[in-house]
Design a protein around this ligand. Structure first.
Ligand code: SF4
Length: 178
């Protein structure tokens, strides 16, 4: 594999994203085989990695699958037909790696589309709901959410416009626990 800086358009539209929704972000690292046919994405974490492999975790862990799509789209402009085999978190704290395989994502594409559709529809309705949980302990936005998150979540959860979103989180969490 070889690695190095990649300067490309920062805005991409993974096919699973509905409507006129685009994503902007930064991928820490992409490794590419010399023949340009296969690639792997890596995201470094300074703390523990809490994600499960090949799992959307109730729609709360979409970073890796979206990186897979984004990398395929960006690299595909340079290397036609490239396969992004996996996207993984790498903990700098303990060296633990947890990934999402490209082949698994293909099998779960419809589910990803449903999750994104629900999230985007909620945002279009003005619903930006922060869902507190175990991940808050590692979140850099904790200082903004503060101690009010639980109270605000309790209030917003009663709003009928939030219903479909919360149902989706519940359904996904149940599937993830199976
Ligand atoms: S601190 Fe706020 S933004 Fe961060 S995970 Fe918790 S609820 Fe979400």
């Amino acid at each position: 594999m070889r690695s190095g800086p990649f300067e490309g358009p920062a805005i991409v539209k993974p096919p699973a994203l509905p409507g006129d929704t685009y994503l902007k972000g930064r991928i820490d690292r992409i490794d590419l085989t010399k023949d340009g046919k296969r690639a792997r994405v890596r995201d470094y974490k300074t703390g523990k990695v809490l994600a499960k492999p090949n799992d959307f975790q109730g729609g709360t862990t979409l970073q890796l699958p979206l990186y897979l799509h984004a990398a395929e789209q960006l690299l595909g402009r340079l290397h036609n037909g490239i396969q992004v085999e996996s996207a993984e978190y790498y903990s700098l704290k303990n060296g633990k790696r947890v990934g999402f395989e490209g082949s698994e994502l293909k099998a779960k594409e419809t589910k990803l589309h449903e999750i994104l559709k629900t999230i985007v529809a909620s945002i279009e309705d003005g619903i930006f709901i922060a869902v507190p949980g175990g991940q808050c302990g590692y979140c850099e936005l904790k200082i903004i959410c503060g101690t009010w998150t639980e109270i605000l979540f309790g209030r917003k959860a009663k709003d009928p416009r939030v219903k479909r979103y919360l149902e989706m989180l519940e359904e996904e969490a149940e599937e993830s626990a199976e």
